[in-house]
Ligand binder design. Structure first.
Ligand SMILES: CCCCCCCCCCCCCCCC(=O)SCCNC(=O)CCNC(=O)[C@H](O)C(C)(C)COP(=O)(O)OP(=O)(O)OC[C@H]1O[C@@H](n2cnc3c(N)ncnc32)[C@H](O)[C@@H]1OP(=O)(O)O
Length: 213
């Protein structure tokens, strides 16, 4: 596993960088959707591909040696720009904007489009699991006071989850030692579509931090 990296970038500078990278990722997200849905003639598809390849080369002129990781500064600011669910610079991430109502209760509202499809018009079951896994993990972390990893995640798909606006919610159900049980759901305007239960574990190597949290 990589590490949580201490990198001393002031929070004001991070705000400035995020204002640059967020619109870039939004544009790439739009590109994903357009790549799925375009019906332009094939020669235009090939021309667009060449332009995209040129853009990739421009961005790769300077880059990190590997994934973005999780970083934090001494102002208690943490950033995980590559995260698959919440990563600000990750066009694959919706991204989920999670609201921590209190330690142990969090929710998010999101609109999922064409890149998240499984059955026709419905959210891919693995995407539902991925989004809930992350939301539940952050919930188990009790407002970022401890590190938890998913141990076991159980999904119950009650009915198809339509693409479009959705609400996700998670709560800590109970705790025992280093184990935290979290329950969660996804719902649309007509009610719950997916329920999940998970056991999140404060790893032995992080247990000291958890005791302080
Ligand atoms: C202060 C800093 C703040 C920073 C704050 C940052 C917060 C930022 C939040 C981000 C949120 C991200 C959310 C993404 C969530 C993922 O995607 S995490 C990635 C997917 N998960 C993984 O890769 C986990 C891989 N597995 C592991 O690393 C280890 O097996 C585990 C799960 C950490 C457990 O390791 P361990 O600590 O050595 O566990 P161990 O001592 O053997 O067992 C402890 C207890 O847990 C039970 N247990 C162990 N494994 C399991 C299991 N798989 N299922 C159920 N129970 C289990 C044991 O039976 C034992 O129970 P008791 O005997 O105590 O009753």
């Amino acid at each position: 596993m990589g590490e949580f990296v201490h990198e001393e970038i002031p929070s004001t500078e991070l705000d400035r960088l995020e204002a640059t990278y967020r619109p870039l990722a939004d544009a790439v997200r739009d590109l994903l959707d357009a790549t799925i849905r375009t019906t332009v003639p094939e020669e235009q598809v090939r021309a667009a591909q060449a332009e995209i390849e040129a853009l990739v080369a421009r961005l790769r002129a300077e880059q990190l040696p590997g994934p973005a990781g999780v970083r934090f500064n001494s102002e208690a600011r943490a950033w995980n720009w590559g995260n698959a669910v919440v990563g600000l610079r990750n066009a694959v991430a919706p991204p989920l904007r999670i609201v921590h109502e209190s330690a142990g209760h969090a929710w998010a509202e999101v609109e999922l489009g064409a890149p998240y499809e499984g059955p026709p018009g419905l959210v891919h079951g693995g995407v539902s699991a991925m989004l809930l896994d992350h939301l539940m993990g952050e919930t188990a972390s009790a407002a970022f006071t401890r590190v938890t990893f998913t141990g076991t995640l159980t999904m119950t798909y009650r009915r198809g989850t339509p693409l479009g606006p959705l609400r996700l919610e998670a709560r800590i159900d109970r705790e025992e030692g280093r184990k935290v049980w979290v329950v969660a759901s996804i719902g649309d305007a007509d009610g719950v579509t997916v329920e999940a239960e998970g056991v999140f574990i404060v790893p032995a190597w992080a247990a000291g931090e958890a005791a302080r949290g």
